[in-house]
Design a binder for this molecule. Structure first.
Ligand SMILES: [Zn+2]
Ligand SMILES: [Zn+2]
Length: 424
């Protein structure tokens, strides 16, 4: 073979070898890279799978644990949990799942039909506690009416299905004050809270002394007004009204309006002293003979006195705000020989200064009515049932239990609401 041919073959072989060699390298690279990629994917996939498994396991465990708790609670508490408002502290009310209460001897369990918001609850919401009535964490709310679902051993006055109003407290009946008919001052006043809930347990003492069947035709939310109305009736009666008296009520809150309404229904000439337009409208609607609407105390005193003969002042002034300025204002409103009732409770530690000359030489009687007695609660329910009492005027809103926080926030912002019915 000629040299050139041999050379050509050699070169060609080399080229082929090179191509083969390069091709092999390329393939190896691709395989190598592919392998790496597959390993990475497997690695990542494995991690992902592990994470999913771990998370899944946690979810399952949580679900099992929650489920077990619910099941256990159902076993322990007759089959149910319920939603209830629990007060934890200042402006901290949470709707929680708690066991449905059961009735011990003498007790009732009542399915709440309506629970009403109240100035006291608002104070408690703001301050986080009430030394006498509630210490957190605790079930919350105290004005309610509902239907008996369970009557404990020994209860004869009520049975399941009865519509009842159970008051927020009951006196002991044995202490010095109880024996003198001043049960509102009982040394051992038993309070009950937990009205903002689906069910409430009523302690034996309250069942025995301060629970009533709601008369047919009276809506439960109206019956729930028994407690605040009892306070209002007590404040009114304690002021010793006599026929022909003119009664001034300071304050357009729920209790001020209630006292005013009670006095108007009893036929007295009344003067409502309020600050806001909505309160003035409500006062008129509830029977106020006159309404004095102003933010100035001096103006309020002058205008009120101007409504009495020779500006002598009113026979009775009832303060239902609970601030020292209003306490002082009340003393300025009454005539010689008149009566002042400091009905609104001020914050602990509050002091007021009063003109002693005026108190003494004008022979002014000072009273300060607190709370209610079982007899007055009965009277309050009778008043609600009698049809003339405008219960629906006091309930200006309705809300569900889970909206309770929002309701309190609205009430704190001085809305025009009087009371909101919380329906579980
Ligand atoms: Zn109340
Ligand atoms: Zn007592």
């Amino acid at each position: 073979m000629p040299k050139t041919v041999k050379d050509a073959i050699r070169r060609g072989r080399k080229t082929v070898e090179t191509v083969v060699e390069e091709g092999r390298r390329k393939v190896e690279n691709v395989v190598e890279e592919g392998l790496n990629k597959v390993e990475t994917v497997v690695e990542v996939g494995f991690n992902t799978v592990e994470t999913v498994v771990v998370e899944g396991r946690r979810k399952v465990e949580t679900a099992v644990s929650r489920g077990r708790r619910t099941v256990e609670s159902r076993f322990l508490h007759g089959g149910r949990t319920m939603q209830a408002a629990v007060l934890h502290g200042r402006e901290d009310v949470r709707i929680e799942d708690v066991p449905v209460p059961s009735a011990g001897p003498g007790e009732l369990v009542v399915q709440v039909g309506a629970a009403l918001t109240c100035g006291t609850d608002l104070k408690v919401f703001r301050r986080g506690y009430h030394a006498r009535m509630i210490v957190p964490p605790a079930l919350f709310g105290h004005e309610m009416a509902g239907t008996v679902v369970e009557a404990g051993e020994g209860v004869t006055a009520f049975q399941p299905g009865d519509r009842v109003v159970a008051l927020n407290s009951a006196p002991c009946g044995e202490c010095y004050y109880c024996s003198r008919g001043q049960e509102n001052l009982c040394d051992d006043l038993l309070f009950n809270n937990g009205a903002y809930a689906e069910f409430i347990r009523v302690p034996a003492r309250i069942v025995a002394k301060n629970t009533h069947v709601v008369p047919k035709g009276v809506p439960l939310e109206h019956a729930a007004l028994t407690e605040p109305l009892a306070c209002a009736v007590h404040g009114f009666e304690d002021s010793g009204p006599r026929p022909g008296d003119t009664i001034a009520v300071i304050g357009g809150g729920p209790l001020g309006l209630m006292i005013l309404h009670v006095a108007a229904l009893a036929g007295y000439e009344t003067i409502a002293l309020v600050r806001r337009e909505g309160q003035a409208v409500a006062a008129k609607l509830l029977g106020a003979t006159h309404v004095v609407q102003t933010r100035s105390i001096t103006e309020a005193v002058e205008a009120t006195r101007a409504l009495t003969p020779n500006k002598r002042g009113v026979d009775i002034a009832i303060e239902a705000v609970g601030v020292p300025e209003a306490w002082q204002e009340a003393v300025e409103l009454v005539r010689k020989g008149g009566t002042v009732n400091f009905f609104g409770g001020c914050a602990a530690g509050t002091h007021v200064s009063l003109d002693t000359n005026r108190l003494h030489y004008s022979d002014i009687t000072l009273r300060a009515t607190f709370h209610h007695t079982p007899e007055i609660c009965r009277k309050a329910l009778d008043l609600i049932a009698d049809g003339r009492f405008q219960a629906s005027a006091f309930i200006t809103g309705h809300a569900h239990l889970y909206e309770l926080n929002r309701v309190f926030e609205t009430l704190m912002n001085r809305s025009t609401e009087i009371k909101t019915a919380i329906v579980p």
